[in-house]
Write a protein that binds this ligand. Structure first.
Ligand code: ADP
Length: 339
């Protein structure tokens, strides 16, 4: 069975076809602008597959925000309506994703599925996803911790348990996804019980250009100083994190290489924040059996993983492991299970 996985970004489409668990073709179409550009990209992918004589049996679409939808779901007109309703929670991602879904529904007559970045975290208990805001306000505006990177966390947890020959249902796991975006998740009995990203992917760890946790009072303070919503959005999402502290780069390699004292500070803040979260999740899990690192930084920087493993050695975590993430493969697996 062949499954086409589509991962649509704000200006790109990644595609990959899996024959069962094996990737048989993948590629990237970049610099896409406007709705028409996305439509053309889909047509280009179909002609590439036709040329290579690759037939497909189902399509999986990555959707960043699924709101209350807790699992991979077959795409129907009513599912599209539900996704539309949560699009204002993540407009930059969900808008091009929805457009691609509508296009593919027109072109293909095979089953199509939406796989949500938020779904894995839908198992979080109330006490983990509730913000201490007025209840009516949270309810009216659907404000809660949704969490992201769910497909990646789920994949590395499964792979780690396979590799270590452990029963996932009996493990207390902390999974650290450290890429351009960074998040950490506490997993008990195979289910996410807490995660660092929140209502948006801004919360939690220090990232390439995102600030992670800050005092929300800073935002109202800057608003009173005349900063507009757009300006603040841009500062918090695109000018903060490693780039903001170091002034050098958002790329971990560049910051690590730099001799600038602010670059060293950026790495120190990044590592310190991560260790605080590992400690917090170790506490809520009541101990940790497996600590996992993944994402571009987690997979490729032994210097950082060693440093962190060393700094948490007093927690006596038995298994510390690096796993290469593969969100597309996880999506294909989920869809195969449903078919
Ligand atoms: P994305 O979140 O966009 O998928 P990646 O998971 O590829 O991104 O992670 C990108 C990050 O990984 C960048 O900060 C990059 O510097 C870092 N990275 C990649 N290779 C290395 C390496 N060898 N050492 C340290 N950091 C690395």
């Amino acid at each position: 069975m062949n499954i086409l996985i589509l991962n649509v970004g704000s200006s790109s489409v990644k595609y990959e076809v899996f024959e069962n668990d094996i990737s048989i073709i993948k590629g990237l179409i970049e610099r896409i602008t406007g709705k028409k550009g996305f439509s053309k990209a889909i047509l280009k992918i179909t002609s590439i597959l036709r040329e290579k004589r690759i037939s497909i049996d189902a399509i999986g679409h990555r959707v960043v925000h699924g709101g209350a939808i807790g699992k991979t779901s077959r795409i129907t007109p009513s599912l599209i309506k539900i996704i539309e309703q949560v699009t204002d929670l993540a407009p930059l991602h969900n808008t091009p994703e929805l457009h691609t879904i509508r296009e593919c529904m027109k072109i293909f007559s095979i089953p199509q599925f939406a796989v949500f970045d938020t779904a894995f975290h839908s198992s979080m208990p109330d006490k983990a996803f509730t913000y201490a805001l007025p209840h009516g306000l949270s309810a009216k505006f659907r404000i809660k911790r949704y969490g992201f990177h769910g497909t990646s966390h789920e994949y590395v947890v499964q792979e780690a348990c396979k590799k270590l020959r452990k029963d996932i249902k009996k493990q207390r796991i902390i999974s650290c996804h450290l890429g351009n975006g960074c998040s950490i998740t506490a997993i008990k009995n195979g289910r996410s019980i807490d995660t660092s990203m929140g209502f948006t992917p801004l919360e939690g760890l220090v990232m390439g250009t995102r600030c992670g946790d800050i005092d929300p009072g800073i935002i109202t303070y800057l608003m009173r100083k005349g900063f507009s919503t757009e300006k603040l959005d841009s500062i918090l999402n695109h000018q903060s994190g490693l780039l903001g502290i170091s002034g050098v780069s958002n790329d971990f390699r560049d910051v690590l290489k730099s001799k600038d004292p602010r670059a060293k500070l950026a790495i120190d803040v990044f590592v310190y924040r991560l260790i605080k979260y590992i400690g917090a999740y170790h506490a809520v899990l009541g101990g940790t059996d497996i600590l996992i690192f993944t994402g571009g930084i987690g997979e490729n920087s032994p210097k950082i993983t060693k440093l962190i493993f060393n700094q948490v050695r007093h927690l006596k975590i038995k298994n510390k492991i690096v796993i290469k993430t593969d969100e597309a493969k996880m999506m294909a697996r989920k869809i195969m299970n449903l078919l």
